[in-house]
Design a protein around this ligand. Sequence first.
Ligand code: SF4
Ligand code: SF4
Length: 453
Amino acid sequence: MNFKRSHYLVITDPISDTIPKRMLLATRTARTLVINESLHTKLQNEDWDEMNDNDFDKLRQIEAIVPANENELQTIIGRNKAAVADGNTLYHVIQPTAMCQLGCGYCGQKHTKDYVGAASSELILERIESKFSLKNYRHVEIAWFGGEPLMAYAQIRELTPKLKALARQYNCTYSAKLVTNGLSLKEPIFLDLVQKYGVNSIEVTLDGTAEYHDARRHTKEGLSTFNLIFQNLVKIYNRSDFKELACPISIRCNVDERNNESVVPLIKLLAKHNLQDKIAYFYVAPIHAWGNDAHKLSLEKQVFAEQEIDWIVEQFKHGFTPSLLPGLNPVVCLSVTPDAEVFDAFGNVFDCTEVPYVESYEGTEYVLGNINNGLNSLSKHRTLLSFNDEIMDGKYPCTSCQMLPVCGGSCPKSWREGMAACPTNKFNIKDKLLMHYAIKKSGKEEFVAMIAD
Ligand code: SF4
Ligand code: SF4
């Protein structure tokens, strides 16, 4: 058989003058290998006869070397589609209220005091139940998004037993995740969410320390929120049974050019409270367009990616263990999953989470209809479902991007709206690979000593 070097490789420069080796990431398998200069040259030149069998086999195994006649893009897109088809989790997002206490400047949603009603709830359940005829599901997952979902806690309590019963009826397990601003995440509510309402993953947003967070994530009346949210989190993280409750809480820090300086102080504050091992995942996300111009204050992607490396280093220095390398990402988001839908408080149904309550998306193709007009009235056409085919057809830069298997294309809607969706890995993956090497080679403690001021 003839072979070729895979297109889906990221290879660093030599690690240093004294270490003439490189880190290789084969993104088709998300696996890494340290290669010496001689092997690197043979791989680049596709000099298979000169390569020893052991090296060749290792590179074949991680799919850094592939059959010469393989259409690799077709393979990746085929795997992505198969992952969608083979998935056995029935996933839905419910945004049970159009209300949120906060008035974040970058938010694109229009908040009103509307909550999902009894009639809409029954239709949501009916709609979800209709999906069980499509596949043999093993798990049902609900994501509670906002507005602020905890403002509709009564609706979550009302709907969850019915959702759980539905899952049981079809021999499925059940779990839920919650994305919240954290203001109402009091300890007793957290406990009930976990113990009674099946929530096993929570994400809370902190946009820096109080000074920065409160300047952007204040209440609609302009009141500060940081201290309340932080106290809620500290109480929960410090419960002696926090780990046993098995509901990890991640913290996201949304950043643009107005608060990027606040990331390091926030990391230090979290460390001062000894939360390094308790926070499931701390990450910094760029502000994106939300049917508005919020992204215009975002940092340039390259600048953000450079700063992300500093933030990762800072996390290591303060005892966090941030993940460095991406895994495979064959299912980019629910928009490419035909059975997953998003419901809002008015009964509208969408194929994307960023569309509900955003006025500029009203009447667009992302709105599949409204359940209150009858389930049969919902559109079967989902415009973002063709994303993988569009990549295959060369419509986006993802078509030729080495990161595609570990990225998936990032956000179909962004590409469709003409905005590059590339995550930071596109720009800083080589730095992350070198950091990964240093940690593997010397151990985390030695690495931290090396990067210490
Ligand atoms: S299309 Fe983009 S915004 Fe919509 S759910 Fe997917 S990733 Fe999120
Ligand atoms: S979104 Fe960017 S990084 Fe991801 S596959 Fe597409 S071009 Fe590559």
